[in-house]
Design a protein around this ligand. Structure first.
Ligand code: FCB
Length: 443
């Protein structure tokens, strides 16, 4: 096997809202996703995240799976409304205890915890106070970040401030497909974007004060191709590239908004904001799933994202295009040069209609093919000079896939939602062996 340095970090990623369940246990209060999911018509199968994988209670089983896989790192997120359940800002000791137990158990097994502070699950109380439209939410995030860092900072080396602010901003605040389900005009959504970025900057400050060794932000990237050769499609593809691939990247790396959107964000920017947003980070998290095609449509949002023609598709309808990952990794280096920290692929994976057969086995050759192709693309990018330090599969087990509910299975292990049983799929064994081989055969 070529391409992977021996100290390359192999991992899997999860998110609190998608796996924990136990939404009212030990003082936790609702997040915006709990509220949203309980609103009729929001989730494809009418489900909610009240129980999902019940990881809050069954985490030892998930930890055992991580041990079997042999990953070196596990990326999870902390639930803000578990840690700070009320607007008073008072920390919830029981919530912190949970993350501490998990962290300690990971460390005991030699698995490095990678803690993400925000994966789309704003507490409902913070939404009621204005949510991300409101600049005050930035200060509330900093308080929360300080509380988590205060408890775990002596043990957790690697942190991330946010997961995919682009999706959270646009799907949650413009198209309304995600919580909190707002449909703001694009120019108001730039307030949300700026406040998310400013919260990131504050998060970096707070984490540094707590002694964090390695901090990253995590963005999703997808090459944006015009759906046709028409001028209209080319124009919206270029706009989409700015929004998805540059809006949440350039303020951090270059200290400036892309010029195409700068005038729209301007009204929300105060002196000193951009300096804080551009606080240096140590790693650059890249989530990659697919290449997108973009076409022009009439309406308040002038574009539509579709799967490009000519590729196999996952059960989500997303194009299987490993070369897009190589392109993203190389393009980041080309675009930002020395300003770019070392890269980590913090999410990559696929949904297929997995089933458990009569013998209790779940065979998922499509996922093996997908992951294998994408790992080859990472190896190719490294050989071409990209500085990639790790790769995390999304996800350890099937889980609550946001607006898709339980209809999309992304796990290396199948989740039987009736019994809660975790059943490793073929891809689980494949990933375990691949990690072992890349490490030179040692267990
Ligand atoms: C990403 C999200 C993650 C998961 C995957 C499939 O955009 O970060 O939570 O839903 O997509």
């Amino acid at each position: 096997m070529t391409g992977f340095p021996r100290d390359f970090v192999w991992g899997v990623s999860t998110a609190a809202q998608q796996i924990e369940g136990a939404v009212d246990a030990d003082g936790r209060t609702p997040s915006i996703w709990d509220t949203f999911a309980h609103r009729p018509g929001t989730i494809a199968d009418g489900s909610d995240a009240d129980v999902t994988c019940d990881h809050y209670h069954r985490w030892p089983e998930d930890l055992a799976l991580l041990g079997e896989l042999g990953v070196g790192a596990y990326r999870f997120s902390t639930s803000w409304s578990r840690v700070v359940p009320e607007a008073s800002g008072k920390p919830n000791a029981a919530g912190l205890d949970f993350y501490e137990r998990l962290t300690d158990a990971l460390l005991e097994r030699g698995v490095a915890p990678v803690v993400n502070l925000y994966h789309w699950d704003l507490p409902q109380w913070a939404q009621d106070e204005g949510g991300w439209r409101d600049r005050d939410t930035v200060a509330r995030y900093a308080e929360y970040a300080g509380i988590v860092a205060g408890r775990l900072g002596d043990r957790v080396a690697t942190w991330s401030t946010f997961n995919e602010p682009f999706e959270h901003c646009m799907l949650g605040h413009v198209t309304g497909e995600h919580a909190p389900g707002l449909t703001l005009p694009l120019d108001e959504a730039f307030a949300v974007a700026h406040h998310l970025l400013l919260a990131h900057g504050n998060g970096v400050r707070v984490l540094r004060e707590a002694g964090a060794a390695s901090i990253m932000s995590i963005n999703s990237y997808a090459p944006a191709r015009p759906a046709s050769e028409s001028d209209a499609d080319r124009t919206v593809a270029a706009l989409y590239d700015v929004l998805q691939n540059r809006l949440f990247t350039e303020p951090l790396l270059l200290g400036a908004y892309p010029e195409e959107v700068a005038p729209l964000v301007e009204p929300f920017v105060r002196e000193g904001d951009l300096e804080l947003i551009a606080s240096p980070v140590d790693r650059w998290g890249v989530n990659y799933y697919a290449i997108n095609a973009v076409r022009a449509v009439d309406g308040p949002i002038p574009l539509e994202v579709v799967a490009p023609e000519g590729y196999p598709r996952t059960a989500f309808g997303w194009a299987v295009a490993p070369e897009g990952l190589g392109e993203v990794l190389r393009d980041l280096g080309d675009r930002y040069g020395d300003a770019l920290p070392p890269l980590v692929v913090t999410e990559n994976g696929c949904a297929y209609d997995d089933v458990v057969d009569e013998d209790g086995r779940c065979d998922d050759p499509d996922r093996v093919r997908y992951l294998s192709g994408h790992l080859d693309a990472v190896a190719g990018a490294i050989e071409a000079g990209a500085d990639v330090r790790g790769y995390f599969v999304w996800s350890l087990t099937d889980n609550f896939e946001w607006a898709e509910g339980f209809t999309k299975r992304f796990g290396l292990a199948y989740l039987d939602y009736t019994t809660g049983e975790r059943i490793p799929k073929t891809s689980f064994g494949w990933y375990r062996d691949r990690i072992r081989a890349a490490r030179g055969g040692e267990g």
